[in-house]
Write a protein that binds this ligand. Structure first.
Ligand code: PGA
Length: 259
């Protein structure tokens, strides 16, 4: 069954006390809500340094923890890297792989991302795999080709059983942190396209069960139209996930839209 999810990507924001406060605020807002945990999910991906502490603060039944990145090797002489085992040992269940900021600043490409996603899955971490085109690609009409190649070069190497654990987030790079959100029609068109590509390789059932998130300046002011689209199953939220009220409002809106 398809799950609807809001995932907060905190990026490089909050020190530990600020992160504890934000997680605590999210928890108290969620305490006032009852939602079907088999249909809806809430994930927060704070900085690595917060994971262990936040795993103690959150009520695991309502909020799940994710990391924003992961090393590509199991262990060894990779100074500064964080392994899948380390993430699991501090309470992470999810890991974001291939965020556009890492593709851009750390030059992470398909080959490396395939290593990371395969390792994450083999260790039992659930990947949130990000795809999305840059503005120039969209303006040149290449956006479908770009997103297709990002999926074919990585996701097509997985086996169908893995797909039950994978979440894909479509994040047009031109919409991330810019305040410029994709229209519901643009986002739906791409989400339907992605679901079709997944169906072509893994079959219709896998594609129908896949959680497909939209990301890029998604906030309460614009989420309704997005969440109402039939192939948009929630959001990967950056800026708005740093405000507890906005983040939980997005969950409320998602639940309302998918009733
Ligand atoms: P944004 O970030 O919501 O701040 O645009 C989304 C993301 O990068 O995941």
């Amino acid at each position: 069954m398809r799950k609807y999810i809001v995932a907060g990507n905190w990026k490089m924001n909050t020190n530990l006390p600020e992160g504890e406060k934000l997680a605590g605020d999210i928890m108290s807002l969620l305490q006032q809500r009852n939602f079907d945990l088999t249909r809806y999910g809430v994930i927060i991906a704070p900085p690595y340094t917060h994971l262990y502490r936040l795993s103690q603060i959150i009520d695991n039944s309502k909020v799940r923890l994710g990391a924003q990145n992961m090393g590509w090797e199991e262990k060894g002489a990779y100074t500064g890297e964080i392994s899948a085992d380390m993430l699991l040992s501090v309470g992470s269940e999810y890991v974001i792989i291939g965020h556009s900021e890492r593709r851009k600043y750390q030059k992470e490409g398909d080959e490396l991302l395939l290593k990371k996603i395969s390792l994450a899955l083999s260790k039992g971490l659930k990947p949130i795999f990000c795809v999305g085109e840059e503005l120039a690609d969209r303006e040149a009409g290449r956006h479908f080709d770009i997103v297709k190649s990002q999926i074919v070069n990585v996701i097509y190497h997985l086996v169908p059983e893995d797909m039950q654990k994978v979440i894909i987030a479509y994040e047009p790079v031109w919409a991330i942190g810019t305040g410029k959100v994709a229209t519901p029609e643009q986002a739906q068109e791409m989400h339907a396209f992605i679901r079709q590509i997944i169906s072509d390789k893994f079959g219709n059932q896998v594609a129908q069960d896949l959680t497909l998130l939209y990301g890029g300046s998604c906030k309460p002011a614009n989420a309704q139209g997005l969440f109402e689209q039939k192939d948009i199953d929630g959001g990967l939220i950056g800026g708005a996930s740093l405000k507890a009220q906005d983040f939980v409002t997005l969950l409320d809106m998602l639940i309302e839209a998918k009733k």
